[in-house]
Design a binder for this molecule. Structure first.
Ligand SMILES: *[C@@H]1O[C@H](CO)[C@@H](O)[C@H](O)[C@H]1NC(C)=O
Ligand SMILES: *[C@@H]1O[C@H](CO)[C@@H](O)[C@H](O)[C@H]1NC(C)=O
Ligand SMILES: *[C@@H]1O[C@H](CO)[C@@H](O)[C@H](O)[C@H]1NC(C)=O
Length: 455
């Protein structure tokens, strides 16, 4: 079938195009690593700055796997990198807007790069963040190129956004009222989202980082709609790097080694949320009063340029911290969640954090802040039954008081209700792990995607 050896070895190449925000960069890097481990060359294409960011925070990924990925650096015009505003009641990361909007200038450079790649390879497969649809739209002009959208939010949130925007009812019965479709974004971001809508229609299919075990009914709805347009969908998640492959050591892991099994609550709000001094104060007092041991990663949200120093270091109440550990730097979250001493996770409910918690069998105290997070929290608390909501979305303008935090932490870590949730979480974890092991359902879908692009 092949005409010469060179063609044979270079038949198909993947270009991965992430959105430059940590959660998105990381998922795309992990997907790249998975695809490249199947022998398909992967080119991870972004600005030099954001490629560097992705590489510097590889978490539990195997460095040898990352070394196999080819990084292609695009020039990007200088953009502002303002600090986040911790005092805003709207927690949407507007400080990242200049960096994400700067990506719009990549359309031309991407098209030129694609053309070059299309000469080298028999087929070029572009896998892109939904919010990079505008940039990759010239795929449509290249006969031997095709594109797939890599959706890195939950299928549940994905549907909920579409229905919310169109004013349609949610198509799958939900036990409780869904969080109101408001307040999840900034004033300007919807314009950036809207720019992506039409170009996104050229895609040949969708990849979801979820498992049908977690989100079967929602995947079915999406699949049905997408197939009407001839676009298949694959649910390949959550294929996590196995922690046994990584020997990272971190001060906080050593501290966890000394704690009792399932006795520690892990507290982290991801890379896009900054808490105000008042919020931090209430949280500190709530944790203290609960008398539950904690590991709290207290960092300010990322700026558009994470290497541009000068980051706020939030103050903690005097004398605070005896009953736990506060980490100020980048922390190895998957290893933390996988540690036997962790018994709960207070989280903003970013999809990465939810999936990592589910996979580790850790129940959540769900404190959604923006974007898809209120919907993820509803999925976790109402459907999966592996979490308690700290603060309902409708109450997002109110300060969460120490007494509330104390109450939730106790319920999660030291009550029958919490025990029940932990059991549910552990059962779900076992099932998800079976699905993502070799021969499991998610692996089969990944293999099927690889077979499809190398057909
Ligand atoms: C936030 O509010 C505190 C007072 O509560 C103030 O000291 C600080 O300067 C404010 N920060 C910003 C970025 O506005
Ligand atoms: C991790 O450390 C253990 C024990 O030191 C060793 O046997 C194992 O090969 C190491 N794994 C990796 C991926 O380096
Ligand atoms: C799916 O999500 C999990 C949780 O964030 C992440 O660790 C994993 O790398 C993702 N998988 C892929 C293929 O992106």
């Amino acid at each position: 079938m092949t005409t010469n050896n060179e063609r044979q070895s270079a038949a198909v190449a993947v270009i991965a195009v992430p959105l430059p925000a940590q959660g998105h960069l990381n998922q795309m890097l992990q997907l790249s690593s998975l695809i490249s481990s199947h022998g398909v060359p992967v080119y991870y294409a972004g600005s030099a700055l954001h490629n560097r960011q992705a590489r510097s925070r590889i978490n539990a990924l195997n460095p040898q796997e990352v070394a196999r990925i080819n990084f292609h650096d695009f020039p990007i015009p200088p953009f502002l990198s303002p600090p986040p505003n911790p005092n805003s009641t709207n927690k949407f990361p507007t400080q990242l807007a200049p960096a994400t909007e700067a990506t719009l200038s990549l359309r031309g450079p991407f098209a030129a790069y694609l053309e070059q790649m299309a000469h080298k390879f028999t087929r070029v497969v572009v896998i892109h963040d939904p919010l990079m649809s505008y940039v990759v739209q010239d795929v449509a002009e290249i006969p031997n190129a095709e594109s797939y959208r890599f959706v890195c939010i939950s299928a549940f949130s994905h549907i909920s956004f579409i229905c919310g925007a169109l004013g349609l009812p949610f198509p799958v019965p939900h036990p409780k009222e869904l969080p109101p479709y408001e307040g999840w974004t900034s004033e300007t971001a919807p314009k950036f989202f809207a720019i992506q809508a039409k170009p996104s229609e050229i895609r040949s299919g969708n990849i979801f980082n979820t498992s049908r075990l977690i989100e079967g009914p929602y995947m079915e709805v999406i699949e049905r709609e997408e197939l009407k347009k001839g676009r298949p969908s694959w649910a390949i998640g959550p294929i996590l790097p196995t922690s046994s492959r990584s020997n990272d050591s971190h001060e906080c892991l050593e501290w966890l080694d000394k704690q009792e099994e399932k006795s520690v609550i892990y507290v982290s709000f991801g890379t896009t949320v900054s808490l105000s001094d008042k919020e931090i104060n209430e949280l500190a007092h709530g944790l203290e009063r609960s008398r539950v041991k904690f590991l709290w990663v207290l960092r300010d949200a990322d700026k558009g340029d994470v290497f541009d120093g000068d980051v706020r270091r939030a103050e903690l109440p005097e004398g605070f911290g005896e009953n736990g550990m506060v980490v100020r730097e980048w922390a190895p979250q998957p290893q933390i969640l996988g540690h036997p001493s962790i018994g709960g996770f207070m989280t903003h409910c970013g999809w990465n954090s939810c999936v990592e918690s589910v996979t580790a069998g850790v129940p959540m105290a769900a404190w959604p802040m923006h974007s898809d997070q209120p919907r993820n929290a509803a999925l976790v608390a109402d459907i999966l039954k592996t979490g308690i909501v700290v603060r309902e979305w409708k109450d997002r303008f109110e300060l969460v008081k120490a007494s509330r935090i104390e109450n939730v932490v106790r319920r999660l870590m030291a009550s029958e209700e919490g025990k029940e949730m932990r059991k549910t979480a552990e059962e779900l974890s076992a099932a998800v792990r079976r699905a993502t092991d070799l021969g499991g359902a998610s692996r089969i879908e990944l293999d099927s995607f690889i077979a499809h692009i190398t057909r």
